[in-house]
Write a protein that binds this ligand. Sequence first.
Ligand code: CXF
Ligand code: ZN
Length: 373
Amino acid sequence: MPDMDAAVLRSTDPIAVEQVELTDPGQGEVLIKIEACGVCHSDLHWINNFRNDTLPAGIAKPSAAILGHEVAGIVEEIGPNVSAVAPGDHVIVGFRPNCGGNCHFCIRGTPWLCERPDNPDRAYTGGSPRLSQDGVPIMQGVGVGGFSEYTVMPERAAIKIRNDAPLETVCLIGCGVTTGIGAAINTAKIEAGSDVAVIGIGGVGLNVVQGARLAGARKIIAVDMMDNKLDMAADFGATHFVNASEGDPVEKVRDLANGYLDYAFEAIGLGATCRQAFDMVRDGGTAVVVGVVGDDITVPGRAFLREKKLIGSFYGSNSLHTDIPKLVDLYMDGRIKVDELISKRRPLSEINEAFEDMLAGEVARSVLHPSGL
Ligand code: CXF
Ligand code: ZN
């Protein structure tokens, strides 16, 4: 594999496009030419943890990392013993592959909790032997290293999709779409007619909104501090809107649901908004934590006597090989919105600007094009 361009993160400098080396695909691996990679909030979390030296305990900090995990591309080459995909196949990358039946969680049908992903070193925090520069290893952040021209992934992470789906758009099904719609449909299993609130209207929150719409929710209450985000939520199916900067959102949501909110989703990753979600729901109702949270969630224990539930959702509780092609079909049939999530497309060289847009709250999603626009 010749050297390729990639956006390299270091501790202090802005991210810069540099030449890096990628190994050829090994046993059970595939080389994917990346057509497009969405810029997700988790990438920003990861950058902050890297720069502030707050990577989880036990993880040796590498000198550099390549982020990006919301990827669609084309299989360029396969390693030995690969049978699921062939060169030329269009694929969406699953950033957390699963073993497919060799662990407790895959056997019981919950592969998103797989304990033995094909390459454990690809997990959120892991290092990667595949990327390097002048012999010095570079970490594949969030397991993919999508802000580059190519990636090498295990075949179980390369999810084959139909050839007529636009890769530059369906890349978002690699993370934000699947995480949000899956939280509503797979994790919470919203029943038709339910009343639902979604706190945090970013790329994931908008997808929880459209997941709630697909499930047939009655009221879908969008909660955010920015009116432009609430306007977007309307396009995705929200029926009611609460600007959280204008008074107590818990009280407002409860009023809108007449005191009986069935589900609240937290799509930011803050302890305070998790508490709001829990406080909003009715007795017996469910608060779903979708955001990447720390350990600072506190809820009143007495609420459990009234059967209130606080649950987590990881990667939309999705089974990559069935759910990703299904979401692609729903998009191609016009039943979910994906184009509307993309506020900006940029070449890889504008990666820093893409993160600035994210910080300013100006975009739902930016998409980077490593091989040019
Ligand atoms: C995240 C969840 C935490 C691990 C990295 C990926 N999901 C979406 O961005
Ligand atoms: Zn993501």
